[in-house]
Design a protein around this ligand. Sequence first.
Ligand code: CP
Ligand code: NVA
Length: 327
Amino acid sequence: MNLKGRNFLKLLDFTSEEIAYLIDLAAELKAKKKAGILHDDFRGKNIALIFEKTSTRTRCSFEVAAHDLGLGTTYLDPKSSQIGKKESIADTARVLGGMFDGIEYRGFGQEIVEALAKYAGVPVWNGLTNEFHPTQILADFLTIREHFGYLKGINFVYMGDARYNMGNSLMVGCAKMGLNFTACAPEEYFPDKELIAQCEEIAKESGAELRFITDPMEATKNADVIYTDVWVSMGEPDEVWKERLDALLPYQVNKKLMDNASEKCVFMHCLPAYHDLKTEVGKTVGEKFGLTELEVTDEVFESEKSIVFKEAENRMHTIKAVIAATV
Ligand code: CP
Ligand code: NVA
């Protein structure tokens, strides 16, 4: 398998064998790190990290992974570069492409990261756009494989806002890797019809079953993984909270849903999560609407079934695999 020079913009661009290779490589690099075996073969190389939206996991993962591999990093925060304001993406890509061996981009439309990749001449990695969050899926699948020992045939249920980056990318990932994917949401929160049609074609090869269900009890029956994400994503205005709560509160992941699922069912979330009022946003929204938890209850989040922190750690190992495979 040779992915040298490839971009990592969305899972649709990769075969199931290539995705499996990246997950295997991540497991290998994780084992090396745990054993204290140095793997810094990329000394002398450098990567740029562009963040037009905030981040904890993705930024730290790229930085730690790069340092472990021996690469230098330059972080460009949401405010202090010229990108977009004084310099176009095409110009930025050619400037950075001349200095760096790879570029990570987190921001808004998928077309921006695609344009960056078109002009950079070095690998470009999508660290989250409105449409896709592909590095997150690698971490999620490594975590599921570690927990269950396999991916094919897992009953994966995504609750909540399934038409944004997480719902879209998880559906593509499941279709590629043969996990049965259920989106459980009101119909207007199902993924885009064209993307569903594309995934249905892909699923014919992998054997994955794709389902779109509005009833939480029906959707979660026999689930092995119940997954959710925030109901209002970065870049969306605060005004949408009311419509989201009205639509998605019935889709909150709580104990009743977990108990309805398979006995071995685990809870996953890309994080950050509003499972209590200990965050600025959680507190403001909670107090305004009389709630103490949002997309997931604190009881589920803190339960033994929750594997969210293993999942978060795996962001770093899987991002390391993407860098190591493509630079
Ligand atoms: N899951 C995730 O991408 O987290 P950050 O926003 O903290 O990077
Ligand atoms: N849907 C969320 C994912 C965060 C990792 C967002 O875009 O804010």
